[in-house]
Design a protein around this ligand. Structure first.
Ligand code: ADP
Ligand code: AMP
Length: 216
């Protein structure tokens, strides 16, 4: 099974990806997570990517495509892939389309998570992430039991550098210009399903699960 989660920053892709890959045997491929880990290690890739990420811009396609190639080469025993935050441009989508036949894979479904802008801003500016295991929280919608401490591993929670109001606005603009065209791209290929992302995390998950049932 190969699923793509599409949606603006803050739509809940990472939250849903964690739940889906917890219950289905799918590799969770988040280009954002891979890039953040490269930045943390201060690798050559991380140093190049950081300047774009800090400004809310997309990392250039050539770099992102290399990361995804590497990740696909190193895939393990999973039954398939769940992409979160990739592709983000039509060029990346075309790369994926060309790379998949070699792996004997095809896209089963692209799930667009729809949420309106004011809600996205509130979600992103209130997001907190575990510095140890990467789990996602929200100060209001999904707070940890103990303030700033991860429920799952006890790690410290932090606010991402790009979750400030100014950078969030830039990221939403970048989404509209560079990523939103993918909705039409996949609609034309008859691969798109949409879910109402403004509902609770559980309700969004239920909508996604209903779609996934057709591809088990
Ligand atoms: P994305 O990966 O699409 O950028 P996240 O999954 O990180 O989005 O979610 C952004 C923020 O919104 C997080 O703080 C998360 O806890 C919160 N969130 C996710 N889904 C919902 C939801 N359905 N309702 C309310 N808050 C949510
Ligand atoms: P995310 O964790 O998905 O919100 O991504 C955080 C940041 O990483 C984005 O704002 C981009 O700078 C970069 N990024 C993640 N995925 C991609 C991608 N597929 N293409 C380009 N840049 C990406």
């Amino acid at each position: 099974m190969l699923i793509i989660l599409l949606g603006p920053p803050g739509a809940g892709k990472g939250t849903q990806a964690e739940k889906i890959t917890g219950e289905h045997n799918l590799a969770n491929i988040s280009t954002g997570d891979i890039l953040r880990s490269a930045v943390k290690k201060n690798s050559a890739l991380g140093r190049k990517a950081k300047q774009y990420m800090d400004q809310g811009q997309l990392v250039p396609d050539e770099l992102v495509v290399e990361i995804v190639k590497e990740r696909l080469r190193n895939s393990g025993e999973e039954d398939g892939y769940l992409f979160d935050g990739f592709p983000r441009t039509v060029e990346q989508a075309i790369f994926l389309e060309k790379a998949l036949p070699e792996l004997g894979k095809k896209i089963d479904r692209v799930i667009s998570i729809d949420v309106e802008e004011s809600e996205l801003i509130e979600r992103l500016t209130g997001r907190r992430v575990c510095s140890n295991c990467g789990a996602n929280y929200h100060i209001k919608y999904n707070p940890p039991a103990v303030r700033n401490v991860c429920d799952k591993c006890g790690g410290d929670l932090y606010q991402r550098d790009d979750d400030t109001l100014e950078t969030v606005k830039e990221r939403l603009e970048v989404y509209r210009k560079q990523t939103e065209p993918l909705i039409e791209f996949y609609e034309k290929k008859d691969l798109l399903s949409s879910v109402d992302g403004s509902k609770s995390m559980e309700e969004v998950y239920e909508q996604i699960n209903n779609i996934l049932e057709d591809f088990q």
